[in-house]
Design a protein around this ligand. Structure first.
Ligand code: OAD
Length: 246
C-alpha cells in the first residue's frame, strides 16, 4: 500500500481525526450494503421501505424487514476493519467515528468515541408520541403498539427525516477541525454524511478513501485505496503506529 507524502505527513502529525463509515465496513461481517457492486438487497428496495410513508402504508412489511435484519445481528461479528478503527481512536488527541450504520458492530469492536448518524437497529420508539421503548410489549399486533396507541418503529433515520440534530452538529464540528479524514465503505451519495469530506477538505484536512470501487467523491481525496476495508484498515492502523513512532 503506497501512501502519498501528504498522507504520511498527516499520519505523523495529525491531532484530530474523523472517520466516516458506511455499510461497506460491515460487508465482510456478512451484512448487505445498499449500493455498490455486491451484496445489494435483492428482494427489498430500501429507498421504498426506509421511509415514513412506507411505514404508514405497509407497517407490517416495514417492521418485518427490520425484525429480519435485527435477527441477523447476533449471528454476525465485527470484522478486522471495525477492530482497526476501534484501535485508531487511541492514536489521536481528538477522534470521532461517525457511522451511517445502524448495526452496532463498531461498538461491539470497542469503538467508544463515536456517533451514529442514522440511529440504531436495536432501539425502538413510538411513531406517534416519540417515547423510547426499552422492552417491546408482548402482543399479536405487528408492529406492536405503544401505550398511547401509536405504532412502535425502529429508532432509525428514514429517508426524508431529519438527522438527530446534536449528532449532526458534533459530526460537522469534527469535520471542520479534522487534520485527517477517512471515508470507509460508503458510497458517499447520501446527504448530509457525504458533505463531511468536503467540509474537512475545505478546512485543510488530508482525505483518505477506502472502498471496493471509486465513488463520485473519489476525486476529492488525496489517497484512494481500492479493496476490502477488512484488509486495508488494519494496514492503515499499522501505518499510523509506524508513522507516529518515528
Ligand atoms: P452504500 O450501500 O450506499 O455503499 C456501500 C459502499 O461500500 C459502496 O460504495 C461499496 O462499493 C462499498 N463496499 C462494499 N463492500 C466493501 C468492503 N468490503 N470494503 C470497502 N468498501 C466496500 O452504503 P452507505 O454509504 O452506508 O441510510 O449508504 C448510506 C445510507 O444510505 C445508509 O446509511 C442508509 C442508506 O439508504 C438510511 O437508511 C437512512
Amino acid at each position: 500500500m503506497e501512501f502519498s507524502s501528504k498522507l504520511i505527513e498527516a499520519l505523523k502529525s495529525a491531532q484530530t481525526c474523523l472517520i466516516l463509515t458506511g455499510a461497506g465496513v460491515s460487508a465482510e461481517s456478512g451484512l448487505q450494503t445498499f449500493r455498490g457492486m455486491q451484496g445489494l438487497w435483492d428482494d427489498f428496495d430500501p429507498m421504498k421501505l426506509a421511509t415514513p410513508e412506507a411505514f404508514a402504508c405497509e407497517p407490517q412489511k416495514v417492521w418485518e424487514w427490520y425484525q429480519w435484519r435485527r435477527e441477523k445481528l447476533p449471528l454476525v461479528q465485527p470484522n478486522p476493519a471495525h477492530k482497526a478503527i476501534a484501535q485508531m481512536e487511541k492514536h489521536f488527541e481528538e477522534f470521532l467515528l461517525v457511522t451511517q450504520n445502524i448495526d452496532g458492530l463498531h461498538q461491539r469492536a470497542g469503538s467508544s468515541k463515536m456517533v451514529e448518524l442514522h440511529g440504531n437497529l436495536n432501539r425502538n420508539k413510538c411513531s406517534r408520541c416519540g417515547t423510547m421503548i426499552e422492552t417491546l410489549p408482548v402482543s399479536d399486533q405487528v408492529p406492536p403498539r405503544c401505550k398511547c396507541g401509536g405504532r412502535i418503529r425502529p429508532d432509525v433515520v428514514w429517508f426524508g427525516e431529519m438527522l438527530p440534530e446534536a449528532v449532526l452538529r458534533q459530526a460537522w464540528r469534527a469535520a471542520e477541525k479534522a487534520d485527517i479524514f477517512f471515508s470507509v465503505g460508503t458510497s458517499s451519495v447520501v446527504q448530509p454524511a457525504a458533505s463531511l469530506g468536503l467540509v474537512a477538505k475545505n478546512n485543510g484536512a488530508a482525505l483518505v478513501e477506502v472502498n471496493l470501487e471509486r465513488t463520485e467523491l473519489s476525486p476529492l481525496f488525496n489517497d484512494v485505496f481500492l479493496g476490502p476495508a477488512g484488509e486495508i484498515m488494519p494496514r492503515m492502523l499499522e501505518g499510523i503506529i509506524n508513522a507516529r513512532a518515528l
